[in-house]
Design a binder for this molecule. Sequence first.
Ligand code: FAD
Length: 336
Amino acid sequence: MKPFEYASPGTVDEALSLLGETFDEGAILAGGTDLLTELKDGTFSPSRLVDVKRVSGLDLIEEGADGILRIGATARIATIAEHPSVLARYGALAQAARETASPQIRNMATVGGSLCQRPRCWYYRSEHLCLRKGGANCLAVEGENRFHAILGGSPCYIVHPSDLATALVAFDASVRILGPGGERPVPILPASPDAKADPAKQFYVLPKDDPYRENTLQANEIVTGVRLPKPAPGVKSAFVKVRERGAFDFSLAAAAVAADVQGGKVAWIRCSLGAVAPAPWRAHEAEAAMLGKPITLETAAAAAEAALAPAKPMSQNRYKIHLAKVVLRRAIVAVA
Ligand SMILES: Cc1cc2nc3c(=O)[nH]c(=O)nc-3n(C[C@H](O)[C@H](O)[C@H](O)COP(=O)(O)OP(=O)(O)OC[C@H]3O[C@@H](n4cnc5c(N)ncnc54)[C@H](O)[C@@H]3O)c2cc1C
C-alpha cells in the first residue's frame, strides 16, 4: 500500500482546507467500509486521508420547522434506519437502510459514504485497466457482465451500489455539497430525463457524461449531508430489494416508490430503480403509467413493463430485466 498522511479535522472548514485539486491528493474518509478496501486493493491511492468522523455536527439528523429533514453526511446507516422522523415519514429510506449490508457495516458506514461509494464492478476493483480507470474499453462488454447495467450503461456498464441513493431519489432528495466557493445543494438526479448534464442540477451523472466519476463532486468539495423535502400528508413509500443470498449482499435489483393516493387514484408518485444503471435510475415511464390510476396488480405490472421497456441487456444479464420489473411492481403494490 502506498504511504499516506492521515488527518482528523474537527471542523468542516478544516476538512476542506486539507483536500487538494485532484482526488489523488486528498480523500475523505468516513466509515472506511469502502475506501479502506480500495486502498488495500490498490484501486485508489490518495496521498492524504481526511477523516471526517470527528467533524462536529456533521452526524446530526434534524427535522426543521420548515418540515425539511436534514441528515448530516456522517450519520450512520444504522442510526438512519431507526430514526423516528425517518420511520414516520420516509419509510422506504428506513427500509433501504435496514437492508444495507450487515449490522457491523451499518454501524460504521455513513450516508455520505454510501452516496459516494465507488462501483463494485469486478474489472474496476481488480488490476484490469478498465474504461473507468483510464483504459480504452469497458471490459464487461465482451467479458463477465451478469451483474452489470441494463439501463443507461454506455460506454461504461457499472451499476450504482447504494440502496440509500435508490430510496433518496423517491423523495426528491438533494445533496449538500460544500466547496471553496460555499455550499451548493444539488438535486440527487435531474428533474427531467432529457436534461443536459449540469453539475448545478444533479449529483449523479451517467457514463455518457463522465465515464470516470459517478457524481459531480469535485476533488476539493465535501458532501455535508442530504435534505429531504416534507412529503404531503398522504404519501406512503416502500423499498424492495432482491439479492443473491439471504444474508447481507448488494442488490441485484431494487426499487423505491413513494406515492400519494387520493380518492383511490395516484395523485403523485416517484419510482426509482437501483442496481440496474450506473446511477440510481428514476423510472419516469412507470410514474406516467401510474398517474391518475388506482394501484392494482395490473396497473403496477403495466408500469413496471413501461419502466423496463428501454432496457438493453448484455450477454449475461437479461434476467435483471425480469427482476427489476418484479421489485418495481412489488414496491408499487406495497405502497397501496
Ligand atoms: C460486505 C459489504 C456489503 C455491503 N452491502 C451493501 C448493500 O447491501 N447495500 C449498499 O447500499 N451498500 C452496501 N455496501 C456498501 C456500504 O454501504 C458502503 O461501503 C458504505 O456505505 C460506505 O460508507 P462509509 O462511511 O464507510 O464510506 P467510506 O468507505 O469512508 O467512503 C466511501 C467513499 O465515499 C467518499 N466519501 C465518504 N464520505 C464523504 C463525504 N462526506 N463527502 C465526500 N466524499 C465522501 C470516500 O472518499 C470514498 O470514496 C456493502 C459493503 C460491504 C463491505
